[in-house]
Design a protein around this ligand. Sequence first.
Ligand SMILES: [Zn+2]
Length: 69
Amino acid sequence: MVETRHGRSFTVQSIGASSSVKEYVCPGCSLIVAPGTAHVVVWRADGLFGDADDLASRRHWHTHCWRIS
Ligand SMILES: [Zn+2]
């Protein structure tokens, strides 16, 4: 699913609780996304810097934090 934020396109992928096995820092609130928490992975979809760079810039967000970003 592609969403637009601040004039940019982002690919948003949902991660289920059972698929979430690592800790991540949410860019929205700077708190930990704990293992076992359903959340979303977001990366730029405009391809401006190429797919490799887009993948490197993937960020894990709390679903709520992304919604209100
Ligand atoms: Zn958050």
